[in-house]
Design a binder for this molecule. Structure first.
Ligand code: HEC
Length: 171
């Protein structure tokens, strides 16, 4: 914080206020908004696993929790964001910060569909090992995936799952 001027902080806070207003006043088509379909069920954007409670508690003071998950980030990038938020004044125990990091890395990190190993895909895409291996086998046989539709052709891969996760898929 010490290297930030008052003006910078004012600017940052006004950007948060703007983001909050924008988020509240627009309702994007449901088909394009897998992360926050309707305001009433906004919390459903957050999968029910460890870390959710900490995230909602710690990360919704200055902006909405939805603001946090607008962009996919790698684990390393999430770690940097959390450090920055702590400098901005986010308060939590080390254990809570760890839980939040794990949670964001698990659900809101990019799925490197053409680079990830089967093990990585099993974790980031949350699919059975057999399906993750089928993705890698398909990739080896036909070359890199270029579209979500192509990905849906992998035998055994649930296309509904791909639809819900497609914002995370990086080709
Ligand atoms: C003390 C206030 C405060 C708390 C608590 C807080 N943030 Fe922030 N957050 C900010 C400010 C200020 C910005 C705007 C920074 C900017 O626009 O560059 C921001 C922006 C963000 C952004 C958007 C960054 C970008 O430019 O893409 C993310 C992601 C984020 N916060 C994550 C978190 C997470 C995760 C937590 C909980 C660990 C959290 N925030 C808690 C103040 C806070």
């Amino acid at each position: 914080m010490r290297d930030m001027t008052r003006a910078t902080i004012a600017l940052l806070m006004s950007r948060v206020a703007f983001a909050v207003v924008t988020a509240a006043s627009t309702s994007p088509p449901v088909s394009q908004a897998p992360l926050s379909a309707t305001a009433g069920v906004a919390q459903d954007s957050f999968p029910e696993t460890d870390g959710k409670t900490a995230l909602l508690r710690v990360c919704s003071h200055c902006h909405t929790a939805e603001t946090v998950i607008q962009t996919m980030r790698t684990r390393q990038e999430w770690s940097e964001v959390i450090d920055q938020m702590a400098r901005f004044g986010a308060e939590a125990s080390d254990q809570e910060f760890e839980q939040i990091l794990a949670y964001l890395a698990k659900h809101f990190s990019p799925i490197m569909i053409n680079k990830a190993t089967a093990k990585d895909l099993e974790a980031t895409l949350d699919v059975p090992a057999k399906v993750a291996e089928a993705i890698v086998a398909y990739r080896l046989e036909k070359g890199e995936f270029k579209t979500v539709d192509e990905l849906k052709r992998v035998p055994g891969l649930d296309s509904v799952k791909i639809e819900t996760q497609k914002a995370r898929v990086v080709f």
